[in-house]
Design a protein around this ligand. Structure first.
Ligand SMILES: [Mn+2]
Length: 338
């Protein structure tokens, strides 16, 4: 059977229908593919159903790897249980939020009591209650309307979560935001805490990664306004980007080159002003034949296997790193382009 959309005359009618699906003795599992919008939507649903059912648990199907999401869960105190199929034996009703059964293999054999989402409607599944609004920028906006209809005042934590959900899914209103998203944002903004939000949004670094900044500073060489630093093995390549962006704040410099080893590859992060200089062009000219290289005028990246460079990764250092770029600047100096 394909989905038939339930028709309601008002939000009130819709929300009342939704609430009637649940009984006092129900144990409800809210399933999500955890991202900010899904987390916020699930938290709002938990608030709506609290005291109306016996137990309600939010469960994430995916591994939560993004640091911002981990921090969101911690700071906004979102209680979570990692999904295992055995959970379905204990919970008699399951709600899917910010996703649809057809989206993930993991959802396919689950009987959902309700599906609430804002992605385009998919076929081949059914549910007792379906609220899919593809024109909405975020599921958080849909759940905001549920809260409003039920006259539930969100806590600071819930309001902050919903704001972050809307911001994340609309790319700070730069894409796919509707009037409803703007209204939800405006109403929730008064109730959220901007310090909590900024703590979540600015979380880019784990404490264990601070050591790479020390190594980067210790290994730093500056030649004719160009900053070079080779850091060695790193636990993820995002840290190299953070360090390059940090060096890019130094005023009297022209180019930034930060390198590190990740999975036997040399990762190179490049920054410059992107006006007369072109980082993307430099990366491509030097490295596209031996690895992956590309980017924009002001920022670029290259990834090359150490074996392709005929270099040994454990002997590699900032001085050798500098040599990789000499050819480019020598030819540039001849042409007097820089
Ligand atoms: Mn979403």
């Amino acid at each position: 059977m394909n989905n038939k959309k339930l028709k309601f005359k008002s939000n009130k009618e819709r929300v009342n229908y939704f609430l009637k699906l649940f009984r006092k003795e129900d144990r409800v599992l809210i399933l999500i593919w955890a991202d900010p919008d899904a987390l916020a939507g699930a938290l709002a649903l938990k608030r709506i159903l609290q005291n109306k059912v016996e137990k309600i648990t939010i469960s994430n199907v995916n591994e939560i790897k993004r640091l911002n999401n981990q921090v969101m869960i911690e700071i906004l105190k979102i209680p979570m249980v990692k999904f295992v199929p055995q959970l379905l034996e204990f919970y008699n009703k399951v709600i899917l939020v910010d996703s649809q059964p057809a989206h993930r293999e993991e959802f396919k054999n689950i009987k959902f009591t309700a599906v609430i989402d804002h992605h385009p409607l998919t076929n081949g599944w059914e549910s007792d209650y379906i609220d899919i609004r593809p024109n909405y920028g975020a599921t958080s906006t849909i759940l905001f309307e549920y809260l409003k209809t039920l006259k539930i005042k969100p806590s600071v934590y819930l309001a902050t979560a919903l704001i972050y959900g809307i911001k994340a899914d609309t790319d700070n209103f730069e894409k796919s935001a509707q009037l409803q998203d703007v209204i939800a944002f405006q109403k929730l903004y008064k109730k959220m805490n901007k310090h909590l939000l900024s703590k979540i949004e600015s979380a880019h670094l784990k404490r264990s990664e601070l050591k790479y900044f020390k190594i980067a500073l210790d290994n730093l060489k500056i030649q004719k306004g160009k900053i070079f630093s080779y850091i060695g093995k790193v636990s993820n390549t995002d840290i190299l980007v953070l360090i390059a962006d940090f060096f890019n704040k130094v005023a009297d410099t022209s180019w930034i080159f930060v390198g590190g080893e990740y999975k036997k590859n040399l990762i190179i992060i490049i920054r410059c002003d992107g006006y007369k200089k072109d980082a993307g062009k430099l990366a491509k000219r030097l490295f596209k034949d031996i690895g992956l290289a590309g980017g924009h005028r002001e920022k670029a990246r290259a990834e090359i296997q150490f074996s392709n460079l005929n270099l040994e990764s454990d002997k590699f250092d900032t001085l050798q790193f500098i040599k990789l770029f000499e050819k480019y600047f020598r030819s540039k100096a001849k042409k007097k382009e820089i």
